[in-house]
Design a protein around this ligand. Structure first.
Ligand code: PHE
Length: 329
């Protein structure tokens, strides 16, 4: 019976069960040996010898079978795990920084080099910080021009990074010297130059005796480091409720091939930021005494600066995440 059962076995697991079934502690042959006590004394030696012969024989046969099965299993594995070295390889794409991050890193480096620190504020903001504290009360016409996404009556998506000015003033005494990079939102229709999501880098400097001369000096150095030493800047009078006086700064189009280059206007200048001396009311809202301290602030458009730097003529390219575009940086 054991020989027949063994002949049918074709894997190592069954072989192991077979050994237990016949030779194990409660195995069939073991039980025969245990039952020997019931035999007449004269039959015991004969039966005992026979049982031991059978045991030795089965052990031998199991061992032979095990060798055969192990070899088969090994051959099967070798067949299964064959590697076809003629198959084409899989291409691994290397990750890259997004152009907005490349340019933001440069902007951070330039301002860190001038002793600025980096601060951040929330994108979901209170009306108070986005408008009220920045001297833009309810019904102020400047609110209309901002095309705000409201979440509730008092909560909105920030339309600029300026609310962080107030948040930093609230928690830090002068001297303050920070930049605030971040995403901002306005409900504009999408076209080559507008996107409902874009990016700004805010700047705020507050200390004793800060003047418009400091503002112009810092921003002119920034422009030359960003776009090259041949770059010129010009400041045009402007109006923001939270600065007085206010200005917009243009850079010369020398960076992108001069007048009328792909991303620059035919005047030869392109506007990259708004700026001004922090309004005394804004300092007060931040808990800072305008009699003791003065400061300047600026807000630049990161998307515009990135496009200018790389000659990109459509802001949508920055948000579509087309690999063919992103690969080029
Ligand atoms: N917050 C202004 C804007 O979004 C930019 C600005 C910042 C102007 C700081 C002056 C001072 O257009």
């Amino acid at each position: 019976e054991a020989e027949q059962a063994l002949a049918r076995i074709n894997n190592l697991q069954d072989l192991s069960s077979f050994r237990v079934e016949y030779l194990g502690k409660k195995g069939k042959l073991t039980q025969i040996l245990r039952g020997m006590g019931n035999l007449p004394a004269e039959e015991r030696p004969q039966i005992g010898q026979l049982a031991n012969q059978i045991r030795a024989y089965l052990e031998e046969e199991i061992e032979k079978k095990r060798k055969v099965l192990e070899e088969e299993a090994l051959n099967q594995r070798l067949r299964d795990e064959v590697i076809d070295v003629t198959m084409p390889g899989r291409r691994h794409y290397r990750g890259k920084l997004h152009p907005l991050n490349i340019v933001l890193n440069e902007i951070k480096d330039i301002f860190l080099g001038m002793g600025f620190e980096i601060a951040e504020g929330p994108e979901v903001e209170w009306d108070y910080y986005n408008f009220e504290a920045l001297n833009i009360p309810k019904n102020h016409p400047a609110r209309d021009t901002q095309d705000t996404f409201y979440i509730t009556e008092n909560i909105l998506l920030r339309t600029h990074t300026s609310p962080t000015q107030i948040r930093v003033m609230e928690r830090q005494k002068p001297p303050i010297k920070i930049i605030v990079p971040g995403r901002v939102y306005r409900s504009d229709a999408v076209d080559a130059t507008h996107s409902p999501i874009f990016h700004q880098v805010e700047g705020l400097v507050i200390d004793r005796n800060i003047t418009m001369g400091d503002l112009k000096g810092v921003l002119d150095v920034f422009a030359k480091e960003m776009f090259g030493p041949q770059t010129r800047t010009q400041f045009r009078p402007h109006h923001f409720p939270f600065t007085e006086p206010s200005a917009e700064m243009d850079v010369s189009c020398t960076t992108c091939g001069g007048k009328g280059c792909r991303v620059c206007s035919y005047t030869g200048w392109i506007e990259i930021l708004g700026a001004g001396m922090v309004h005394p009311k804004v300092l007060k809202h931040g808990g800072i005494d305008p009699e003791k301290y003065s400061g300047f602030a600026f807000g630049m458009g990161l998307d515009r600066i990135t496009n200018l730097k790389y000659g990109i003529d459509d802001i949508r390219l920055l948000f579509e995440n087309d690999i063919r575009f992103l690969e080029q940086f």
